[in-house]
Design a protein. Structure first.
Length: 281
């Protein structure tokens, strides 16, 4: 159902305006990065990026391409603001999280610019609700500088493989150890919990492995407490790209297909656990 929000007043222009026939496409992606109350939104001509960070150790980005929206207009080169992600999700699901069959919540989102609130017009079954959410000065975001030229190892795995791993490994462990290598064991996940050590290996010719590009052997450990928020995105995804750079920084990029078959991405960056020494590996 196309949305019919009131047009802006004569001569009035929004720095950002966007509309979606189904607000659930946006809310499900935002839930996948909702592990802190606040998020930084960046809108450019290519779409919307919503970033959440914690303790400068983990960063999550939800990417919603402009093509996903029925209308997406940015009047400046980029528009950036900080917002309460908890409040935004509450507003997007104001009609409930599960609509009746054949119905959906239409969304129109408008933002005048710096200092103004983000306005949401939500319509379902002929009922329109208007929400205004205060915006804040955006924080400086951590730059993981994770460009493709610095990637040392990369694999693409069907998400069900990683979901099974998290179900089987001992999550009482403080760390998840990831080994990526051009030789055996190729791709190994290890935990060290109360019941002892557990290892899960994936051969490079596994049915779950879609791509395998490893140039050197790397073993890094990551705090499970930092990785747990990414399981929300994992649950929604069909594929996951796992990449590491020379310093052991980890990128988990989840490919998520919405109800209409459109593709969006959620990416998590995580720094390695600095308390691990070479002798312990």
């Amino acid at each position: 159902m196309p949305f019919s929000a009131p047009p802006p007043a004569s001569g009035e222009r929004y720095a950002l305006s966007a509309s979606l026939d189904n607000a659930r496409h946006l809310s499900s992606l935002l839930r996948a990065v909702h592990f802190q109350d606040h998020a930084t939104c960046l809108a450019t001509a290519s779409g919307l990026r919503v970033t959440v960070e914690d303790a400068k150790c983990i960063q999550a980005n939800a990417f919603i391409q402009a093509e996903i929206f029925q209308e997406f207009s940015v009047q400046e080169e980029s528009v950036m603001f900080r917002i309460s992600l908890s409040v935004l999700l509450d507003c997007l699901t104001i009609f409930g999280t599960s609509s009746l069959p054949g119905t959906s919540t239409a969304l129109r989102m408008c933002y005048h610019g710096y200092g103004y609130p983000l306005m949401l017009f939500l319509e379902e079954g002929g009922v329109v609700t208007v929400c205004k959410i205060n915006t804040q000065e955006p924080d400086e975001l951590l730059d993981f500088d994770f460009c493709s030229t610095k990637v040392v190892n990369k694999i693409i795995l069907q998400s069900e493989g990683l979901r099974e791993a998290f179900a089987e490994l001992d999550m009482t462990s403080e760390v998840l150890q990831i080994t990526m290598s051009p030789d055996k064991p190729y791709f190994r996940l290890s935990t060290f919990g109360n019941a002892g050590s557990a290892h899960l290996d994936y051969p490079r010719d596994s049915d779950l492995m879609e791509a395998f590009h490893c140039s050197q052997t790397q073993t890094n450990r990551y705090k499970i407490s930092l990785l747990k928020p990414s399981t929300k995105a994992l649950a929604l995804s069909c594929k996951v790209s796992i990449r590491t750079d020379a310093q052991g920084f980890l990128s988990l990029q989840y490919m998520i297909r919405n109800e209409d078959g459109q593709i969006c991405f959620v990416e998590y960056y995580c720094c390695p656990d600095e308390n691990i020494t070479e002798a312990e590996l």
